[in-house]
Design a protein around this ligand. Structure first.
Ligand code: B4P
Length: 190
């Protein structure tokens, strides 16, 4: 199986690039952000719990997101592989993911980390916030909070995957096509 962690700060282009990679490599896209937003739209108990946390730009609890990923893995036993977009975001999530994949006889193939400077992240997210209806994209102080959460809790995961020899860093500024080509080159050499 080909299991890719697509990594980077909020607004780095993970969602954008995932949609290209799933078509090219015939993978299943698991975006914890999208799954949570679907729960919010459906008004489920989990969605109600997650909404205020996400609107503040904080991270939803590990227990909730690990449970969500676990059931998605169980529901797709015969796939070529997965793109993990926005997951893992904490050390506990990364450890849980390794265990869940091991139980299925597979593992992470690579972490592809998109590098984008903070001023460009803020510009992209505010731009998306004009139309997306996402509360977390509308306000610069919430975006700053998301970037802080990333720097404190998520960025250290690069060390976790680097220690396993799986980290590749890719420039995330440029055209969507250029960045996609660079991601494809890394994946084709796995
Ligand atoms: P996510 O949905 O994962 O949102 P994100 O980090 O903002 O990334 P996103 O995929 O939306 O942005 P993208 O880079 O594609 O998380 C939202 C919230 O959910 C979190 O804050 C947290 O509360 C919760 N959550 C999710 N997963 C969790 C977890 N595992 N644990 C705990 N909590 C969790 O795109 C951004 C914009 O840039 C787009 O408008 C796009 O068009 C544009 N763009 C993309 N590529 C570009 C390029 N090359 N040039 C210019 N613009 C570009």
């Amino acid at each position: 199986m080909l299991n890719i962690v697509l990594f980077g700060p909020p607004g780095a282009g993970k969602g954008t690039q995932s949609s290209l990679l799933i078509d090219k490599y015939n993978l299943i896209h698991l975006s914890t952000g999208d799954i949570l937003r679907t729960e919010i739209l459906q008004g489920t108990k989990l969605g109600l719990e997650a909404k205020s946390i996400m609107d503040r730009g904080e991270l939803v609890s590990d227990k909730i997101v690990i449970g969500m990923i676990s059931s998605k893995l169980d529901n797709n036993p015969n796939t070529n592989g997965f793109i993990f977009d926005g997951f893992p975001r904490t050390a506990a999530q990364a450890t849980a993911l390794d265990i869940l994949l091991k139980e299925k006889g597979t593992s992470i193939s690579a972490m592809l980390s998109l590098k984008v400077a903070d001023d460009e992240l803020i510009r992209r997210l505010l731009e998306r916030g004009k139309n997306s209806g996402r509360e977390d994209d509308k306000n610069e102080s919430i975006i700053a909070n998301r970037i802080n959460e990333y720097n404190n809790k998520t960025a250290p995961l690069k060390e976790f995957y680097s220690a396993q020899g799986k980290l590749s860093e890719i420039e995330g500024i440029g055209s969507v096509k250029e960045i996609a080509n660079n991601l494809n080159n890394v994946i084709d050499n796995i």
